[in-house]
Structure formats: structure tokens, C-alpha cells
Design a protein around this ligand. Structure first.
Ligand code: PLP
Length: 445
């Protein structure tokens, strides 16, 4: 087959028209691209993405929250190349390999609590599917057959496959598929922005925990698990909450015999200032879901880590009591090699401490934004900054995205919330540029 223009596609225009013809882009009403062009990217280095026409964009959202140390990182590149020389992939049912074993051992040492059993998936949503199924099935194997429901937090996002959507509370993604989804309970969000007059973030988190208590008191016999995004509900608009919500949630799950699933797909891997957000509440979940930054933003990989108790509930002579779930690329060796390189970088470069310094610099550069009259609810945790813009612009998110591109910035607001979730490699100059150009946009909003 000959593809029209295949030999001549050198600049942006040719690539974007070929992409519109052949690629159905995610999370997109494709008709919008009649007016809002796609951005063809030729290569990435550090925090920068470069197009085919010589323009560049600072990746202030870490390419959908996955990139940790910048694009084209020499150490991760080398780890993948070395693994390519050994083994690219082998099925994980009936076989095993060095990278997946080492990764599981090292994650178990790093994760909170005793999460010594790693089950792999390919992306975030597959990890959530695994955690939900595993929780239900563990209870069933233990004789608690009525535990068939889940409870999630208002505004929560856990992915868009059908199972994950049942615990996702974002109307835009859910509503069209509602007839396919089993309705699950949703409890009040601890989002600090919702604290009423005179109430602190902590007061509001405690109120939300009381609502969870009331729900579990009534429904614990039929509830398998609570699923939460610890400290930050990303897709809800970087909604941040006080860690006391998580410690209360842990206590309540213990009291009522309900599993706690920590979806750290976005918050894990240092994003909130500790390797895992749960650490800030001093808790360990029954299931920890990781993906996104796990491979430094290189390759799709997710993992669900769980306890001896859950693992033991499946360990039996009867195959039907086993966890018979699989994905073809489960535990892919190249992806695990990338993840091992990521853990090496965390260890060798004391990334958590370096990010504390980086965050201090960017936070002080953000002061004029935080104080701007059009800005409300300025907030930060770890390497996530967010604020809500007061603007009459109906199409603010798209407008801001376009204004950002014109200023070499990749910003992708959620509604009227602008956020930065940059890779952990921004230099002082890049931070100054990000803060200055974002402020310019806020002033025009
Ligand atoms: C908290 C959370 N859970 C699950 C997911 C789904 O991950 P994926 O897009 O890799 O399926 C996301 C993605 O943004 C997320 O932020």
C-alpha cells in the first residue's frame, strides 16, 4: 500500500493531516481538530518536546503525568537498550525473568506496609480492574460472598475501562456508558476547596471521613473495598486533601472489614513529595496501584501490590480459587527494566530531597500567580501546583492550552484549573520561564 505524502512528510502540516486521517486520538472530539490543530512531536529531550517545524514546548504536565526525569533520559535509555540485548518479553504465566523479579522485590521494600505480592498489568485502568476483581474474589474465597460492591470518592478518577468507570465519578467520561455500568456508591470528597467558611482543610477532611463512616456502618457487609486517590484527586482538578482523611479511612476500613485500595497511579513515584502519598498519612493500603511514572514515562506498565492475607486467600489446590486474570504483556521485561532504572535514579540521586529544593524555587516563582486577583485556591503538594482561574471564558481550557503553545508551554488545564506537574528535571531558568509565561496567560484570561 502506498500512503499519500509518506515520502514528503517532513513538516508539521503533513504529519498532522496524516494523523487526522489515520489516528483516532484519545480523549478527543476529533471534529475539534478542524480548528485546533494537533501538535506533531518529532523528539523530546529533558523537559522539552520539539515539533517538526523547529518549535519547542516545555512539558509542564509530564505528558499526561507519566514522565519523571525528562524525555530521552540517558540512563533509562541505556537500561532498555541493555535489556533488549537479553530478552524483550516472555509470557509471565508459567515463566519468569530477572527484571520482573527484581522489580517486585524492590517495590516490596519501598512500599508502605507489607505489600509483598506484585501482580502486573499494562496501564492504570488495568491495575484498577485487577484491584477491584482481586478484592471481590479474596472476600468470596474467604466466604464473604455478599461483598460485591465498592465505594469511591466524589469526583474520583480511576480509568476508563468498564470496571474502572464504575468507580470513576466524572460525568463527561461516564454518562454515555451509564447503561453499561453497575452503579456503585460515592461518598463525599475531602477536597479542601469544599471546606465551608471558617473550616480548615483538616476539618473538611474529617467531615468527609464521617460521611464515609456513616456509609460503611450501613453497607460494610456488602462492600468489598474503598478506592481512593491519596492526597490528590487528579482528574477532579488537582483536588488536594488533608492526610487525616486517609488515616481515618484506614481506621474505618479496618473497623468495618473493608479493603482499602490506594490508587497511586498518579500520586506515586515521588509526585506528592514522598515516594508514595500514603506515607504522609502513615498508612498502608491492602492494594497499592502504580503505573504512569513507574517506568519514568517510557513504557506501559502497571502493578497492583498486595498483602500476604489477600495472596493467601487465593493460594489453594483448586484452580478456580486462583486469580485467573491476565494481559498478554503482563510484566514486560523492557518495561520492568525501565522501572528498575527509575528506582536506581531515585536511590542514587536522592530525588525526593532534590525535588524539595526544586519545589521551593518554583513555589517562590509562583508567588505572583498565587497572589493574582484572578486566581483562587492556589495549592501545592510535592511536585504538583494548581490554581483555579476566575474568567468569563467559556472555553478557558482550550484557550489556555493554545495560549500556552504560543508561549512554548504545554499546559493542559482541567476546566478552569491550571496546574503544573513537571518532570523532575526542570532547571531554574525553565522554572522561571514556566512561571512568567503562565502569569502572562492568567493576566489575559
Ligand atoms: C488516579 C488514576 N487512576 C487511574 C488512571 C488510569 O490510568 P491509564 O490512563 O493508564 O489507564 C489515571 C489516569 O490518569 C489516574 O490518574
Amino acid at each position: 500500500m502506498t500512503i499519500a505524502g509518506a515520502e514528503t512528510s517532513t513538516g508539521n502540516a503533513a504529519w498532522l493531516s496524516r494523523s487526522r486521517n489515520a489516528v483516532w486520538h484519545p480523549c478527543t472530539q476529533m471534529k475539534q481538530h478542524e480548528r485546533l490543530p494537533l501538535v506533531p512531536i518529532a523528539r523530546g529531550r529533558g523537559a522539552w518536546l520539539h515539533d517538526f517545524d523547529g518549535r519547542r514546548y516545555l512539558d509542564a504536565v509530564s505528558s499526561w503525568w507519566v514522565n519523571l526525569f525528562g524525555h530521552g533520559h540517558s540512563r533509562i535509555n541505556a537500561a532498555i537498550a541493555a535489556q533488549l540485548g537479553e530478552l524483550e518479553h516472555v509470557m509471565l504465566a508459567g515463566f519468569t525473568q530477572r527484571p520482573v523479579i527484581e522489580l517486585s522485590e524492590r517495590l516490596a521494600l519501598l512500599a508502605p506496609g507489607e505489600l509483598g505480592h506484585c501482580f502486573y498489568g499494562s496501564d492504570g485502568a488495568s491495575a484498577v480492574e485487577i484491584a477491584l476483581k482481586m478484592s471481590f474474589h479474596a472476600w468470596r474465597n474467604a466466604g464473604h460472598v455478599a461483598k460485591t460492591n465498592f465505594v469511591s470518592v466524589a469526583g474520583g478518577y480511576h480509568g476508563e475501562t468498564l470496571g474502572a468507570l464504575t468507580v470513576t465519578d466524572v460525568a463527561l467520561f461516564r454518562d454515555a456508558y451509564a447503561p453499561l455500568l453497575r452503579r456503585q456508591a460515592v461518598v463525599a470528597s475531602p477536597d479542601a476547596r469544599l471546606a465551608g467558611e471558617g473550616r480548615s482543610a483538616r476539618d473538611h477532611a474529617l467531615d468527609a471521613a464521617s460521611a464515609l463512616d456513616a456509609h460503611l456502618a450501613e453497607h460494610h457487609a456488602t462492600t468489598a473495598a474503598l478506592i481512593v486517590e491519596p492526597l490528590v484527586q487528579g482528574a477532579a482538578g488537582m483536588a488536594m486533601h488533608d492526610a487525616v482523611y486517609l488515616s481515618r479511612a484506614r481506621e474505618l476500613c479496618n473497623r468495618y472489614g473493608v479493603h482499602l485500595i490506594a490508587d497511586e497511579i498518579m500520586t506515586g513515584m515521588g509526585r506528592t513529595g514522598t515516594l508514595f502519598a500514603c506515607e504522609q498519612a502513615g498508612i498502608a493500603p491492602d492494594f497499592l496501584c502504580l503505573s504512569k511514572g513507574l517506568t519514568g514515562g517510557y513504557l506501559p506498565l502497571s502493578v497492583v501490590m498486595t498483602t500476604d492475607a489477600v495472596y493467601g486467600a487465593f493460594y489453594d489446590d483448586d484452580p478456580a480459587r486462583g486469580f485467573l486474570h491476565s494481559h498478554s504483556y503482563t510484566g514486560n521485561a523492557l518495561a520492568c527494566a525501565a522501572a528498575l532504572a527509575v528506582l536506581d535514579i531515585f536511590a542514587d540521586q536522592d530525588v525526593i530531597a532534590a525535588n524539595r529544593v526544586r519545589a521551593k524555587t518554583l513555589t517562590s516563582l509562583a508567588e505572583p500567580i498565587a497572589a493574582h486577583p484572578k486566581v483562587a485556591n492556589y495549592r501545592r503538594v510535592g511536585m504538583i501546583w494548581a490554581f483555579d482561574v476566575t474568567t468569563p471564558r467559556e472555553d478557558f481550557a482550550r484557550w489556555c492550552f493554545t495560549e500556552g503553545l504560543q508561549r512554548e508551554m504545554l499546559l493542559r488545564p482541567i476546566g478552569r484549573t491550571v496546574y503544573w506537574m513537571p518532570p523532575y528535571c526542570l532547571t531554574a531558568d525553565e522554572m522561571a520561564l514556566l512561571a512568567r509565561r503562565t502569569l502572562e496567560i492568567v493576566e489575559l484570561a
